[in-house]
Design a protein around this ligand. Structure first.
Ligand SMILES: C[S@@+](CC[C@H](N)C(=O)[O-])C[C@H]1O[C@@H](n2cnc3c(N)ncnc32)[C@H](O)[C@@H]1O
Length: 305
């Protein structure tokens, strides 16, 4: 997370803004954190057909595709939606760099990733789409998998309820990953950690464009809505475990948490919060700090009718 745990440093998650630098900084922690068994459990429940259509909500620079497409394999078409044009413009650039690093082929003209073994042929389509304003027009028809990563703690209860109802109506599986759950553990601990994170978690409930955000409550609400709509639900911890050497990511998080906590706390507490930030950053600089940030991945499969 970043003040919205899974978000950005400069413009940062506390405000619901993200930038490509922040998404790149957090990507290694995201990749390590994701529950590896959920794509395996999902595979037998995907529709059989010429190409699996995947709808990725709040795609950022496409990290969800880069992780998930190879683990699902076969022939896929991804429609990646985001409200931020700058991030959408970076999707193909990041995919090209990733393809070069991993030995996949990237065909820019047809926006296609291919890999021989195991077989993957995946076409990419990006679309500017404001999920908060246009959810009634969500292009869900014919979709075989709806997915999102690091998005759901931004959305409101009403928005999430409506999304699950729409998915249930067309019986589409959902894989929602890296949703912040409110747990943060520092090593070494400081006595003021809990106070800061309590403020941050309350800050997470501010409106990020969808109405009051679910923040750390998003996983529980998603599980409840999906179960009520007849889905079989599997949830896994997918915590960020940020090591001592990952100083830039730790520093970005600590700064964003300090900003969020100062916005949320009474004025009388801001000096103590800033002091906490100074101490925490010094520990990071010394290479002695580790941080664990709680996230969850959730797989929802429609039960047989
Ligand atoms: C934390 S980032 C996650 C990005 C990407 N899924 C990942 O895992 O790296 C949240 C994403 O949601 C997008 N987002 C936030 N509000 C949105 C909205 N109303 N409509 C569409 N996208 C939105 C942001 O632009 C950002 O790309």
């Amino acid at each position: 997370m970043q003040a919205r745990t899974s978000r950005a440093p400069s413009r940062m998650c506390a405000l619901g803004d993200f930038d490509a630098d922040w998404l790149r900084l957090r990507a290694p922690a995201d990749i390590r954190a994701r529950a590896p068994d959920l794509p395996l459990l999902l595979r037998p429940h995907l529709p059989k057909g010429p190409a699996l259509k995947v709808l990725d909500l709040g795609c950022g620079t496409g990290s969800n595709l880069r992780v998930l497409a190879p683990s699902l394999g076969g022939t896929q078409h991804w429609l990646c939606l985001d409200a931020d044009d700058d991030l959408l413009k970076r999707v193909a650039i990041e995919i090209r760099a990733w393809a070069e690093a991993t030995g996949c082929d990237w065909d820019p003209r047809n926006q296609r990733i291919t890999q021989a073994e195991p077989h993957l042929s995946c076409t990419l389509e990006t679309r500017r789409f404001d999920l908060a304003q246009s959810s009634a027009d969500l292009p869900i028809d014919g979709v075989g998998l709806l997915t999102a990563s690091a998005l759901l703690d931004l959305v409101s209860e009403a928005w999430l309820c409506d999304l699950v109802a729409r998915c249930a109506a067309v019986r589409v599986p959902m894989l929602m990953t890296l949703t912040y759950d409110g747990r943060v553990a520092f090593e070494p601990e400081l006595s003021f950690d809990r106070d800061v994170i309590d403020h941050v978690n309350r800050h997470q409930g501010r409106d990020k464009g969808f109405g009051p955000a679910l923040g750390p409550g998003a996983n529980a609400r998603l599980a409840a809505f999906a179960t009520a709509h007849g889905y079989w639900v599997e949830m896994r911890a997918s915590d960020w475990r940020i090591g001592r050497s990952e100083r830039a990511l730790q520093a970005a998080l600590i700064r964003s948490w300090c900003r969020a906590a100062c916005e949320q706390a009474p004025d009388a507490e801001t000096a103590a919060i800033r002091h906490w930030q100074r101490v925490r950053l010094a520990v990071v600089e010394q290479g002695c700090s580790r941080i664990r940030v709680g996230h969850r991945d959730l797989l929802a499969i429609p039960r047989p009718a």
